[in-house]
Ligand binder design. Structure first.
Ligand code: ZN
Length: 372
């Protein structure tokens, strides 16, 4: 009996020793070949995404608050935007963010928070999300409206609306512009801005150019210098109250300017912009007539309309689409001058930009193809 027991213990000890030896050999092999298959997979993924370094990330002080400030809700392809990324506490150990977008590949955000939209993202509205990678589960999102890139070698016009805002008509006009990713410039009357501040806010949020048409539509050339000053100052303040920024452009009522008006306007860093194509919408009072006038526009025109007339809504709904179909880019006054390399200096007056003389690359390519 005793002998059998001893043999049993000997067997047991041998088995344990063999197991320990096998484990040791196995772990040496593992070390020699590098990593297990699962480890390999995750390290490859990390390398590809360039997000997590091979070292273990220190998440010991997690974020408790994360916010991303966006300077504007719109951007054009070809532009970049610096985001204002803020987090708490200041000593959070892992502040790396993972960015995603409702439309894959529509935007890129660099490590220092510079957003760039892709060409393919033109004419789309996307939701951009930033997520903490420290396991805190914090995330924040914002909406971004992406306008197409301006091609200076292709035709463009600046559609302008005077005398608004007037909610019943300005709103459907904005709807038509929004739907087609078209921009326009609104020369607002200070007194109307006070009645419909939310309409002006929407103009601004959609990336339209918000400008002044004075406070109460008086003929500036007939005013005393004190009255002139009030007409300008009050309208600037009305816009500042509504959207938080001062306008850069002013359209004098009836287009009436003289040296004194230009000096006074220039003192407020404003540039006067009249027009080169008058639709005479106030005279014809007819959607078809307005539509036909707008469709005569040529490259570089500044087109005058009024957003306070009901009959203009149907005209806008038609010409925005049709101008775009004819190859016109619908841009703001400032965008058109910038694209054409022309300046809008304070105290000067402008009517239109020169048409481009460059031949676009696309036209050249088509001609060559036809030639072959
Ligand atoms: Zn007017």
């Amino acid at each position: 009996m005793k002998k059998n027991k001893m043999r049993l213990i000997q067997y047991a000890v041998t088995i344990v020793v063999v197991i320990i030896l096998l484990c040791g050999i196995f772990s040496i092999i593992k070390r020699l070949t590098g990593t297990s298959s699962t480890d390999k997979l995750s390290s490859n993924v990390s390398k590809e995404q360039g997000e997590v370094s091979e070292k273990e990330v220190d998440n010991s002080v997690p974020m408790t608050k994360l916010s991303v400030g966006v300077p504007e809700g719109t951007i054009r392809v070809g532009e970049t935007m610096k985001l204002d990324i803020a987090y708490e506490p200041k000593n959070a150990t892992n502040t790396e963010l993972k960015w995603s977008c409702s439309e894959k590949g529509a935007v890129k955000v660099s490590e220092d928070g510079v957003l760039t939209p892709s060409k393919e993202a033109a004419k789309s509205t996307v939701t951009v999300t930033a997520k903490a990678t420290d396991g805190s589960d914090l995330s924040t999102s914002f909406e971004l409206r992406i306008y197409p890139e301006i091609d200076p070698s292709k035709p463009m016009v600046a559609i302008t609306f005077d005398d608004g805002p007037y909610e019943p008509t300005t709103t459907p006009i904005l709807d038509a512009l929004e739907e087609n990713y078209a921009k326009a410039t609104f020369f607002c009357l200070g007194q109307n801005v006070g009645y419909y501040p939310e309409v002006v806010q929407r103009e601004y949020e959609l990336g339209m150019e918000v400008a002044t048409h004075t406070t109460s539509h008086k003929q500036l050339t007939a005013l005393s210098s004190a009255e002139l000053e009030t007409e300008i100052t009050d309208s600037i303040n009305a816009l500042k109250d509504a959207i938080g920024v001062a306008p850069k452009l002013m359209r004098p009522p009836y287009g009436a300017v003289n040296k004194d008006v230009l000096t006074a306007v220039g003192n407020h860093d404003l540039c006067c912009v009249n027009w080169s194509l008058d639709t005479e919408d106030w005279k014809t009072k007819n959607a078809d007539a307005t539509y036909r006038m707008v469709m005569t526009a040529t490259d570089g025109d500044v087109v005058l309309l009024h957003d306070i007339h009901e009959y203009n809504v149907a005209a806008v709904e038609r010409f925005v689409k049709d101008l775009q179909a004819e190859g016109f880019q619908l841009v703001t006054v400032s965008e058109m001058y910038e694209a054409r390399g022309e300046t809008l200096d304070p105290g000067t007056i402008h009517y239109r930009t020169d048409p481009t003389t460059e031949v676009s690359e696309e036209t050249t390519a088509t001609t060559e193809e036809v030639g072959e």
